[in-house]
Design a protein around this ligand. Structure first.
Ligand SMILES: C[S@@+](CC[C@H](N)C(=O)[O-])C[C@H]1O[C@@H](n2cnc3c(N)ncnc32)[C@H](O)[C@@H]1O
Length: 281
């Protein structure tokens, strides 16, 4: 899947500006750079932000490398031209922005000391491909940091009720106002949508010769506005309500999440991010 490739308006940007989102990504970037910096005889010469989107993580990588006084070359890759354009505007010439995919980036970026791959691994139907590419593109002792909030374990205990209520209210709105009754997606039956467990990620990394330096869940507190912003991102809307045209799915998801927060009397909801740093040997 190459998301957003031809999308004229790249709408992930609003979600990427939420404080909790910046914080989880910043923690991953810092942990990845710190683990690599513990090898003092090996400077960081080249770093990649894979699936850079609109550049929020690229910016964190630029700042992190500056703090460590590592004047590395930074490459940022994404399949979406419109996202790359926004990222270029945000980051300027501190990074080189290149069109490419997680399945085939080693032709545009090799000899890497660091790879960051934030909030995108769950989009890949075959995760072997990115681990294979990363093991080819990384130098020995290069580090690979990735995170996802779509894995088995991402729902904080007790919050399943919220997701059920949100989808129920969205389906009701679509029925009442648009006369459509979409099927509920079943993640467990579609391999590309299946969320992996932390142990499955561990096995994949080990199979591709990585040593796991850190793997933990980090809790982030999500506001109603953040769900409304992520609902506006077509990749999310299509995943939540497959087959429903975006112009109907997006407002239904946005109104339904506000109803669910109101009904549950909450202003924030915890969600887990799986944060992983692995080292090539
Ligand atoms: C949710 S955004 C994450 C952006 C950024 N990494 C961040 O954490 O804020 C997912 C990104 O993955 C990109 N993407 C989708 N399929 C991809 C693929 N096969 N290879 C690389 N990137 C992909 C999308 O274009 C999008 O920019």
């Amino acid at each position: 899947m190459v998301a957003g490739e031809n999308s004229p308006d790249y709408t992930f940007e609003a979600f990427a500006q939420h404080d909790f989102y910046r914080a989880v990504n910043e923690h991953l970037v810092d942990a990845t750079l710190q683990i690599r910096s513990r090898l003092p005889q090996l400077p960081i010469r080249r770093a990649l932000d894979l699936a850079c989107g609109t550049g929020a993580v690229t910016q964190l990588l630029v700042e992190g490398l500056r703090r460590l006084r590592q004047p590395a070359e930074i490459i940022a890759v994404d399949p979406s031209d419109s996202a790359l354009e926004k990222a270029r505007r945000l980051v300027g010439n501190a990074a080189a922005f290149v069109r490419g995919t997680a399945q085939a980036f080693s032709s545009v970026a090799t000899g890497l000391d660091v790879i960051l791959f934030c909030n995108a691994i769950h989009l890949l139907p075959d995760k072997d491909e990115v681990f294979h590419e990363a093991s080819k593109a990384l130098n020995p002792d290069g580090v690979f940091g990735f995170n996802t909030s779509f894995y088995e374990g991402c729902y904080a205990p007790g919050t399943e009720r919220f997701y059920r209520l949100w989808m129920l209210r969205a389906l009701q709105l679509l029925k009442q106002e648009n006369g459509i009754r979409p099927d509920r997606p079943d993640r467990t039956k579609v391999e590309a949508m299946r969320w992996l467990t932390p142990d499955e990620y561990r096995d994949l990394l080990q199979r591709h010769g990585f040593v796991i330096e850190d793997m933990h869940a980090e809790e982030a507190m999500m506001t109603c506005e953040s769900w409304q912003d992520i609902s506006h991102y077509s990749e999310f809307a299509n995943g939540a309500l497959p087959g429903v045209p975006e112009e109907l799915a997006i407002p239904a998801l946005q109104r339904a999440v506000a109803q669910a927060y109101d009904e549950l009397g909450i202003t924030e909801l915890p969600r887990n991010w799986l944060q992983v740093v692995a080292r090539a040997v």
